[in-house]
Design a protein around this ligand. Structure first.
Ligand SMILES: [Zn+2]
Length: 363
């Protein structure tokens, strides 16, 4: 069972035993790292932490800015998001030992050649309503700036995100199994709805955008589920009024497209429309054009030179990926981020720089 951070079924997850996490440490954050072998890195963490090793790592990694990526919070941490108290704990750790900066301030400092030491920037993707309920009050309390990436069609109420639609359909269907077109397997919903969700969602990621929308319609038909136009409470977006209030309180806003498609699956016109509509909508609603863009899904395979050029053409200043790198700001069209894990040891390794010290230089 994967922890959801590293996208590998071999990962023991946050509750894995010590020997398991030791053995599988190479898979942290979804990319094998080779600079310091990860088993050694993990041993250093386990042995070195009680001896002050984290602070030594922080010192050695002080020039490496950390951009942390979050998505959703909920009180229990059991519904596919991070527990609110875990987030509070992480923000306190950042405030106590690091230099929290906004993404925009970090980029400006980088452009002047003055990247501050121990810089940490917080980002949230998608624009769910739980950001206002849980994350924003903690960020304010701790005095930590953040950037929120909005999927503007979601904020507008024009659409809700397809992974949530799929979750909703699987949660509410009366069907006991489904054999979706293109997946040569009957998925037993009584055995595991989560497994069925993963199988169908993984298939969706391989499809072109229109194909995916058509495929989803077929899945909903097979499940006998009518999709409501507005998402139920737990999948609700922030409203523009919510966003405006938080912007007055210092929140930075970036674009995460209009409808959250995988951009490599779009033709040039569709691509530009996603980038421009989202940017224009933010400008209309908030009175400023966003500088920052964030690739949906954000893995290496989810954008390429064509997409990066289009992002630039649409008027953005920089764009963020969803995987870490040794020099996170060197390519402003593929800025690296750490997925913030709710497993304390993974979070600490990213924050204090052990993950960085284990990375090899990109060629
Ligand atoms: Zn997203």
């Amino acid at each position: 069972m994967c922890c959801g951070v590293c996208a590998t079924t071999r990962c023991p997850g946050p509750h894995g035993k010590l020997w398991q996490s030791f053995f599988y440490a190479r898979h942290e954050y979804g990319q094998p790292t080779q600079g310091v072998p990860m088993r050694l890195n993990h041993l250093l963490y386990r042995v070195g932490k009680p001896l002050g090793g984290l602070h030594l790592a922080r010192h050695l990694a002080r020039k490496h800015p950390r951009i942390m990526m979050y998505h959703r919070l909920n009180p229990s941490g059991l519904e596919g998001g991070m527990a609110v108290e875990t987030f509070r704990h992480q923000m306190r750790k950042i405030r106590q030992s690091f230099n929290p900066v906004s993404l925009d301030a970090l980029m400006q400092a980088h452009d002047r050649g003055e990247t501050p030491d121990n810089a940490v920037a917080i980002t949230f993707d998608d624009g769910y309503h739980d950001f206002l309920e849980y994350a924003y009050p903690i960020l304010k309390e701790e005095g930590i700036p953040a950037t929120l990436f909005l999927t503007t069609g979601f904020t507008n109420g024009d659409l809700w995100l397809w992974p949530d639609q799929l979750r909703f359909a699987l949660e509410t269907t009366k069907a006991a199994s489904i054999e979706p077109p293109g997946i040569n397997e009957r998925l037993d919903l009584n055995a595991s709805r989560l497994q069925a969700w993963h199988a169908i969602a993984d298939h969706c990621l391989t499809l072109g955008n229109r194909e995916k929308l058509h495929f989803m319609d077929q899945v909903f038909d097979l499940l006998g589920v009518q999709m409501p136009a507005r998402p139920p409470e737990k999948y609700m977006p922030l409203s523009w009024d919510d966003v405006r209030d938080m912007v007055k309180g210092g929140l930075e806003i970036g674009s995460h497209t209009y409808s959250h498609p995988i951009l490599t699956k779009l033709d040039d016109n569709e691509l530009l429309a996603e980038l421009q509509n989202s940017r224009r909508e933010i400008e209309t609603q908030l009175g400023f054009a966003p500088k920052a863009f964030c690739y949906p899904n954000g893995r290496r395979i989810d954008f390429d030179a064509r997409i990066q050029k289009a992002v630039r053409t649409a008027g953005y200043d920089y764009a963020l990926a969803a995987y870490p790198g040794r020099h996170p700001l060197n390519d402003r069209w593929a800025i690296n981020r750490y997925a913030a894990s709710d497993a304390d040891h993974l979070f600490e390794k990213a924050l204090f720089g052990l993950s960085f010290l284990g990375m090899e230089d990109e060629r």
